[in-house]
Design a protein around this ligand. Structure first.
Ligand SMILES: *Cc1c(COP(=O)(O)O)cnc(C)c1O
Length: 386
């Protein structure tokens, strides 16, 4: 039996041709495709400005710079995410202030955010208990393709004068109460690694309605060259976060097919949910009523308390079904423990989800037969375990 891949990009001959067309020109960077890609993203999201970069992480970092977040500044964020959302703050020596998540969605718990905004000192990490930084921003993550409670988060931010950086790297195309993920904050960030809803190989993109911030981020991605700077003059401390032309061309081709690709992913998720909903021992993903459109990034089941996830994962792998624990909590990553003094038990919901979550093979190119193979393996192993 052919091993089912954990994820696969959804690429057509036309997508590949778009890359070839660029390679056959001399302009491989700083050309028209990046501009075209950004325009297409503005059209798709309705944002005034788009800034393409070479990873989602780079995009988050530029937002942190644009928001003026610096050493010692406090930013409320979630420990249940891919590490990049927190690392972007650490790059600037800002302090991520974690708040635990909603048990159902895995997204940051707004009631606790409201509390943290009012008494931030109670939420500071152990080793920085006496930090006297200023709370500058919220950095929510739309986990697994489901938007966070963005209405209340942005209302809180407005009321408190905080910036919002929305990490929508897992949620391109999702909507919250009818409005697109990524458009709620001051800045929204998307990512295009090959397992995301659309890919450019490596890549990312920021959307914002703030023209000055967009100009600043464009300068920073290009080694700090402001408009008018020559190749060797640099107004700001910048980076090379440029997206190349081949990647941008692939992005343009993929974005044109995004709706169709999202629909295929939704179909694959529906095949899973129909088969797994009644299976004892596991729970299927919960979709909140405010999520008017889920943009399926991964399909993560939760094993019920008492069931040994690692043993189940091992037996599924032995049957040729790859699975992955999702997420390992950020606060328990070794460098976070060392730097901030976090301990197991600090964020119980995040840790519980982290212990029970199992991502199944998932992509828009999976067939129903492959989904059935995965589900049959799960049925057999769960009944053996039960
Ligand atoms: C994928 C992802 C990113 C960005 O990842 P890159 O690999 O840098 O493109 C950021 N945050 C979250 C939550 C992600 O899932």
């Amino acid at each position: 039996m052919l091993k089912i891949p954990m994820s696969s990009p959804d690429l057509t001959a036309a997508d590949r041709q778009a890359v070839m067309d660029v390679i056959n020109t001399p302009v491989l960077s700083l050309g028209p495709r990046v501009v075209e890609f950004e325009k297409a993203f503005c059209a798709y999201t309705g944002a005034a400005h788009a800034v393409a970069v070479n990873s989602g992480t780079a995009g988050l970092h530029l937002c942190v710079r644009a928001a003026g977040i610096g050493p010692g500044d406090l930013v409320i964020t979630t420990p249940f995410s891919f590490v990049a959302s927190t690392n972007a703050l650490l790059f600037e020596n800002a302090v991520p202030v974690f708040v635990d998540v909603d048990e159902r969605t895995g997204n940051i718990d707004v009631d606790q955010v409201a509390d943290a905004v009012r008494q931030i000192e109670r939420y500071l990490p152990r080793k920085l208990e006496h930090a006297r930084g200023t709370l500058k921003a919220l950095l929510p993550v739309d986990v697994f393709g489901q938007p966070a409670a963005l209405d209340r988060l942005t209302a809180l931010a407005r009321e408190q004068g905080l910036r919002v950086i929305e990490d929508s790297c897992e949620a391109l195309g999702a909507t919250y109460q009818g409005r697109q993920a990524g458009t709620f904050g001051d800045y929204g960030v998307f990512a295009f690694y090959p397992n995301k809803q659309m890919t450019t190989g490596e890549g990312g993109l920021i959307i914002t309605n703030d023209g000055a911030a967009a100009d600043f981020m464009r300068a920073l991605r290009n080694q700090g060259r402001a408009p008018g700077d020559t190749w060797l003059s640099h107004t700001y401390l910048g980076y090379n976060y440029r997206l190349d032309e081949m990647s941008a061309a692939l992005g343009c081709a993929q974005l044109q097919r995004l709706e169709a690709m999202l629909a295929k992913r939704e179909q694959v998720a529906a095949w899973y949910s129909a088969r797994l909903a009644e299976l004892p021992g596991i729970e299927i993903p919960f979709i909140a009523p405010e999520t008017s459109r889920m943009s399926w990034f991964v399909y993560v089941i939760r094993v019920k308390a008492g069931l040994d996830r690692e043993a189940l994962a091992g037996r599924l792998e032995a049957r040729g079904v790859p699975v992955r624990p999702y997420f390992l909590p950020i606060h328990l990553q070794p460098y976070m423990v060392e730097r901030f003094g976090y301990r197991a038990g600090d964020f119980p919901v995040t840790e519980d989800l982290g212990r029970r979550g199992l991502a199944l093979p998932f992509s828009g190119v999976m067939s129903e037969a492959q989904v059935e193979t995965v589900c049959e393996a799960l049925r057999l192993e769960l009944s053996a375990a039960g």
